[in-house]
Design a binder for this molecule. Sequence first.
Ligand code: FES
Length: 339
Amino acid sequence: MNALHDHLCRYDAGAWREAIDTLSAEIHPIDLNATRIWFAFFPLDLQMALAEASDPQETERKLGLMGRWRLADQIDESHRFLFAHRYWPQVKSAVGKDGIPLVNLAPLISAVAETAARTARVDREFLLGMSAVALMTLRQVGPAAFAAAPGSIAISDRARAMSPHQVLRRRARDDGQGLFGFLRGLKKQWTVTFDENDPQAHFTVIEGQEIASGAQSDQRDYRSRDERCIPGEGPIPVECRAASCGTCWVGILGGAEKLSPVVDRDERRRMKVFGYIDSSEERPLIRLACQARAHGGVSLVIPPWNGLIASCVRSPSESAAPDRSDRGSPVSRSQSAPR
Ligand code: FES
């Protein structure tokens, strides 16, 4: 695995992004958004900035990191929102197998998915996103930590029993508004799911309400599972509610088109300032829950950390290598991941 890790260290964040873009037409729709969200939640540039820092604690303080940002502490769980998480043992084992070809990223991800698919007895398209996640995890945490992780599954048997079709259908579903729903107008209510693996993990928002405001209707205790959560504020960590702190960022697994566009207010500009995403999309997969307003049912995932990381995360335009002709090919950059 050391040779594979050394090989992966030759690719920067832009090359990984290009590899995912190259494979996006082949990744099964059940995990396409989830894969992109995972890569936004665990940016390589952040890991490298911390690994290269002379005083990592001071860098963490300067970046205002809160929560669980270290991928090494969550090797088996960070990707539990991917449908293919249920095949994590097979994918992890495929990464550790001899004979994985040290080729460019896209074909390398493909080769791992192919190997895992034979063991898991599912189509390769289901495992492409998970294979990319597994290789990036190895890249960030190093061979020793990767090998030491048990490779366990972090979802219930009931969640595992869901088929891709069932999950996709649930994501697409909007709440019925009853027999006289058309009379409810602005009083329509929508369900926001924040963990597809937990049947209790949902709250209700009123038509046009910001997601974080709707989350306040959920008065259950979330602080015991995420210390950033404020009692009485629901499952999404919040501080300012004004697009100023970056605490409330979320990934949108399904229903992005049912949210208000980011051109509203200054959500797009602020997310770029935070360093979470630099996208020109009207409804990107990463949103600020205190700004995005719901006009339908949504499935989202809450990242385990937040911070102001723009100073260490390069945008797609900054990381594009003009002299590269082969997508997903290596670029020279310092190699500093742990062993
Ligand atoms: S709560 Fe501060 S940006 Fe949303």
